[in-house]
Design a protein around this ligand. Structure first.
Ligand code: AP5
Ligand code: MG
Length: 238
């Protein structure tokens, strides 16, 4: 068997797996996006990142993007009413039929309650499925270094870090050679607002999902490969 047909067969086998809903919780900079890309690739399911969706709306200059921009740039949560239709439309797309990774949604208890209702009405390959919720635990100093060092590729979305995961050539994406960008909300003032919002509004979600027996906590300070292995274990434990 050639390497190519082997890979095709592997992809075919993975494609058949129904993963259901996976929710990534964690502070800004905890590694949700980094891990979501890896897990999405492994199981051929989409990464549904509300932050990326809003950034896409912003870059296209849509009404929704314009409404979200001020909140995002200053590090505040976008109001719930701007999220629900966007998220529901995305989860109804055909590529979500076997499962999806929610990266950055829900972020408040009302959002989690809304999502519970949406998930209760859904089936995955014909069966109802409860979410697996992975919470990435990372300490404050590490978060600050990760956020100030983050760079991302505007073309392919790959995430780098000047301290921990630098590209081979400074400021240049390894994959497509694009010049990398720093997110506007990775400026110091916005970072402290985002961390405050997280503590006040998102931290209570850990308890919300713990009480429902859904929560898996992963030490997000380990190397990205070790974290990925532990997320895979949590997802497949179901
Ligand atoms: P969003 O884009 O989701 O931002 P966030 O939650 O602040 O999270 P980040 O994307 O900053 O961090 P991450 O956990 O993805 O970390 P990453 O993998 O990049 O949301 C942006 C804004 O949109 C919000 O502030 C809000 O305004 C709005 N919004 C979005 N969803 C919303 C919602 N549900 N409700 C209301 N408003 C909403 O990693 C960070 C860095 O660390 C990278 O440089 C990476 O290379 C590095 N790194 C990752 N893993 C490791 C590791 N294991 N070791 C060393 N370095 C690592
Ligand atoms: Mg992210």
């Amino acid at each position: 068997m050639t390497v190519a047909s082997n890979l095709q067969q592997t992809a075919g086998q993975l494609k058949a797996i129904t993963i259901g809903p996976v929710i990534f919780l964690g502070a800004p900079g905890a590694g949700k996006g980094t891990q979501a890309k890896r897990i999405a690739e492994r199981y051929l399911i989409p990464q549904v990142s509300t932050g990326d969706m809003f950034r896409d709306h912003k870059s296209r200059g849509s009404d929704l993007g314009k409404k979200a921009q001020g909140y995002m740039d200053s590090g505040q949560l976008v109001p719930d009413e701007l999220l629900y239709q966007m998220v529901e439309d995305r989860l109804n797309q055909p590529d979500c039929a076997r499962g999806f990774i929610l990266d950055g949604f829900p972020r408040t208890v009302p959002q989690a309650e809304w999502l519970d209702q949406v998930l209760d009405a859904k089936t995955f390959s014909g069966s109802p499925m409860q979410p697996v919720v992975v919470d990435f635990a990372v300490g404050y100093n590490q978060l600050l270094q990760r956020l100030t060092g983050r760079r991302s590729c505007p073309a392919c979305g790959r995430i780098y870090n000047v301290y921990f995961q630098p590209p081979r050539v400074s400021d240049t994406c390894d994959v497509d050679g694009s010049r990398m960008l720093t997110r506007k909300d990775d400026a110091e003032e916005a970072i402290s607002k985002r961390l405050k919002e997280y503590e006040e509004k998102t931290l209570p979600l850990a308890d919300y999902y713990r009480r429902r027996g859904r929560l898996r906590v992963v030490n997000g300070e380990q190397s990205a490969d070790v974290v990925t292995a532990q997320v895979i274990a949590a997802v497949e434990e179901r």
